[in-house]
Design a protein around this ligand. Sequence first.
Ligand code: NOJ
Length: 535
Amino acid sequence: MQESQKTYLWWQTGVVYQIYPRSFQDSNSDGVGDLRGIIQRLDYLQWLGIDAVWLSPIYPSPMADYGYDISDYRGVHPLFGSETDFDELLQAVHGRGMKLILDLVPNHTSDQHPWFLESRSSRDNPKRDWYIWCDPLPDGSVPNNWLSVFGGPAWEWDETTQQYYYHAFLKEQPDLNWRNPEVQQAMLDVMRFWLDKGVDGFRVDVMWHMIKDEQFRDNPVNPDYQAHMATYEQLLPVYSTDQPEVHTIVRQMRSVLDSYDERMMIGEIYLPIQKLVTYYGIDGKGAHLPFNFQLLSLPWDARQIASAIDQYEGALPPNGWPNWVLGNHDQPRITSRVGMQQARVAAMLLLTLRGTPTIYYGDEICMRDVPIPFEEVQDPQGLNMPDKNLSRDPARTPMQWDGSPNAGFTDVKPWLRLAANYSRENVAVQRDNDLSMLTLYRRLIDLRRNEPALQVGTYTPVYSDMNLVAFKREAEGHDSFLIVLNLSHRPGYFRPQHFPFTGTVAIATYPESEGVSVSDTLNLSGDEGVIIRLQ
Ligand code: NOJ
C-alpha cells in the first residue's frame, strides 16, 4: 500500500509540544506556572498548530527533583491546581481537537510516598520488597559500585533497618523493584486511573532504567571518562540499566494502553540507536515512540547528523514510527547549542524529517539558556555537582509571552529568573513579525500538516556537499519536497551528481529565497535551509 493511503494515527501525524508546567503560565500569582495558566494559553498552542501537549509531572511531590519525585500518582500538586482544574484542562485540550500526554514516572517514587514509608518501616513490612534493599558488604560498605545520576553512590544507608536502598537519582527518589508483581500491578493501575479519565498517553520517565541486574554486578569502568563529565559517567551502566527483562514490563504497559482506543506511550530512553529501537518491542508491542535523542546529543555537524538520520531510518523495525527531538527540560536549549541562525535550520530539520516531532516550550521563540546565578540554582543536578555546570535551570526559565513585567508569565517574582532579553524576544513581538522564529515554526508546522509528503511520506537521503544535509520526501499522488539544509555558517553548494531537480522554494530560513525557481544546483548562504516543492 502507498504511504499516503495508509491510515495514520494522531501520534504519527501530529506535532507534540512539551510544557514544563512550573514555567508556562502562572494564573494565581505565586510565581509558579499552573494548570489554569496552561488552559489560558491553549489558544496559542492551537494557533501554532500543535496536536498534542505533554506535561512534565503535575502530581503531588516534595519537589526534591521538581516533580520527578512523586508522592501520590493519582493526584495533582496544589501548586499546579486541583483535580477539577485537571479535568477542565483535559476537556479544554480535547475541545480544541488536541491530545494530552502525561509524564509517568514508574522507575522511582518520592521517599515520602506512602509505599516507601511503609517499605522502610521494617524488614518484614509487606511493602519491603517494593523497593530495592540490599545488605551491606561484610565491611559495611555499599552493595556494589553503582552510581547515582545526580552524583555520589546510588545506595543510601537506612539506620532503622540496617540495609541500603538503591536510588538511580536522588536519595529522595528510591527506585521501585519492578521484579515484584505487586509493584507492576500498582503502576499499571495508575495508568488505568489516568486513561479512564481520558488522558491520551504517557511519556514514560527513564524507561531503560526500570529493571536492574538481578545479581547486582558491578558496573565496568568507562575508559572514555573525562573530568568535566558528570561523575555518573565514570562507569558504564551495563548492569544498572537496559536489562533484557525491561521489555516484558514495557509490553505489559503497552497492553494496558491497547485495551483503550488510540492511546500511546513515549519512552524516555538515552541509548545508542541499535539498542533504542529494541524498545519498539517484539512485533511492535513495546513503546509507540522510544524518544530519539540524536539531535540532542550529536555534534551539530552535517555529516554526523546525515549519517545518524540514515542509520536510524535503517534500524527502525517494520512499522516502527520515527520521532525527533531538539530539546527538553534536561538539556541545554537548541538556540544556545547551535546559535540563533542555526536554530532556524534546526527547526526546519525537526519539522521536515520523517516522524513525530516534539517541540520543547519556548524553542519556537528562540528562548536561550538563561544564566542563573550560583546562589539561585534550584536544580539538584546543578547543586550536587557545583563544579560541573550541569544545572538544568537555564533551560527551564519562564515562558516569554510579552514585554510586560515578568514577561506576562506572572505578576509576582517568578520561581526562576527570566531571560534578560524577554522584552525583545517574546510571543507577542514575534507573532507580528514575518521574519521571526515563531512565524517560521508556525509556517513549518502548517506546511507539514497540509502536505502528506512531509507528514507521512517516505524519506530518501540525497548525497550532498560536506556541510549540507539533504533529503527528499514523497507521497504517491502528492507534491514531493526536497529539503536542503546548510548546517554551517559558510556558504554551501548543493550540486548533486545524479539528482536533477526543478522546483520552487516553499519555505526558506531567509525570506529572499522563497518563491524562487531552482533547478539542479543551489547556492546556499551560511545558516540557510530551504524546502523546495518539486515539479
Ligand atoms: C528524567 C527526567 O526527564 C529528569 O528531569 C529527572 O530528573 C529524571 N528522569 C529523574 O526522574
